[in-house]
Design a protein. Structure first.
Length: 438
């Protein structure tokens, strides 16, 4: 395997995405083949990684993915790469209860693959105290190695020196320090504004690379990376979710973009063809397709336009009369009767499920989920079990489904309300599937 490195932090918002993107682009500019990885369930960061590195990435999740899928993804992503560069999620050790190595934390992935951790510390409001944070991270989990530290939001040279000297005194090298008020990317309620929507993304990535080049010892960072245990590449790519059809009409635009790379790769490896269409452009699923997939995304930001796109709605209804249609999260909302936007305005949707959702009544729903399907789906029979997650702010205003799609539990062993709908050929839920496990 090529050498690898994991960029992580003690908490969200510390600057690990800024550092990761800047490093990916800076290393790619030096001619390295950089393979991106994102720890945990995240649709948005991998799209930025792909642009920054010039190569598609994958997610690695120690809770939702079985060992076989993890090995296959690690082996596949490492092929033909000079360096694998990963980005953690949340805090380095944040996860859920589980067996050792199966908590969903970034530390699990670093331990599994043997990558050192490059720790990003936001030192705003502190100086020498940052050393205690760095030392605690280094000693907390004996499975991993903190190889170096990058300081973020540094206010002055004196500020940098006080923090760096304290951290180096406890035996951890400081490999860079980014000034306060450096380049930032725009955000919204589910994270960064999507890569495809970010204006002048190339210019911003070049600015991030310039920032990292100026304030980080990139040669030292590259030298820090190391090869982990060799993972034998399996024969063919493991298919995490069986393809729902041979020709899959898949919604693909700013409102529907949340598709995990490993799922799309698995479908193609199994011989399926993905045929994109844009509901925002008033396009309907192709009549030459045998199944339609509406991914998650941001339909709540485009509800008026979607509600007015009669060709899309009529074409989807005609398709659903004879062929399967499935919606995840945002796609599920669009399959309903109406979607209420943030201003409280109700917009008609496809009307294929007895569902009304609201973004005006915002409530965060977040966490890992285990789903047992009580009805057949295009991708799994009734009784199948899948692991995945839920992440949305929408509320359901309509009565509970008379025939829910799945029984759902969380990672803590709690049984949740039945999820989703199944009516005729149409199914959907807020559940984002990562792998069908049985």
């Amino acid at each position: 395997m090529p050498p690898g490195l994991l960029v992580a932090a003690p908490r969200s918002g510390a600057g690990k995405t800024t550092v990761t993107l800047g490093l990916m682009r800076a290393l790619a500019r030096r001619g390295l083949r950089v393979a991106p990885v994102k720890c945990g369930p995240d649709y948005i960061d991998p799209a930025f990684h792909a642009v920054a590195a010039g190569r598609g990435g994958v997610n690695l999740d120690s809770w939702a993915m079985g060992a076989g899928l993890l090995d296959a993804l690690i082996a596949g992503q490492s092929a033909d790469a000079d360096l694998v560069l990963g980005e953690g999620l949340m805090g380095l050790f944040d996860g859920v209860p589980g067996e050792p190595g199966r908590t969903g934390s970034s530390a699990d992935i670093a331990a599994l693959v043997g990558w050192p951790v490059l720790l990003v510390l936001d030192i705003s409001g502190q100086s020498q105290s940052a050393a205690a944070m760095a030392l605690g991270a280094a000693r907390y989990d004996p499975r991993i190695t903190i190889g170096g530290v990058i300081l973020n939001k540094v206010g002055s040279e004196r500020h940098r020196r006080l923090a760096a000297e304290a951290i180096e005194a406890v035996g951890l090298p400081v490999l860079g320090a980014l000034p306060r008020g450096a380049v930032t990317l725009p955000e919204r309620h589910l994270g960064l504004v999507q890569a495809r929507e970010t204006a002048e993304l190339e210019t911003q990535l070049e600015a991030l690379a310039d920032l990292v080049e100026a304030h980080v010892d990139i040669a030292a960072v590259q030298a820090l990376a190391r090869s982990g245990p060799r993972v034998a590449a399996p024969e063919g790519l493991r298919v995490a979710v069986p393809p729902p059809g041979q020709r899959i009409a898949i919604a693909d635009d700013a409102a529907f973009s949340f598709v995990y790379p490993h799922i799309a790769m698995g479908w193609r490896a199994a011989g399926a063809e993905l045929v994109p269409f844009s509901p925002l452009a008033d396009e309907a699923p192709g009549d030459d397709c045998d199944v339609c997939w509406l991914p998650g995304g941001y339909p709540e930001l485009h509800a008026g336009r979607l509600g007015a796109n009669g060709h899309f709605r009529a074409g989807l209804a005609a398709f659903a009369a004879t062929r399967p249609v499935h919606g995840e999260c945002g796609g599920y909302m669009v399959l309903g009767e109406a979607l209420v936007d943030a201003e409280g305005v109700s917009h008609p949707m496809a009307g294929l499920l007895p569902l009304v959702t609201s973004f005006a009544k915002r409530k965060l729903n977040l966490g890992y989920r285990i789903a047992t399907f009580t009805a057949p789906t295009p991708f799994a029979p009734a009784g199948a079990v899948a692991r995945g997650h839920e992440f949305h702010y929408a509320s359901i205003l309509s009565p509970p489904a008379p025939a829910p799609l799945a029984e759902v539990g969380d990672a803590y062993g709690n049984r949740l309300a039945p999820a989703g709908h199944r009516v005729g050929h149409v199914s959907g839920s807020f559940f984002h599937i990562i792998e069908v496990v049985t």
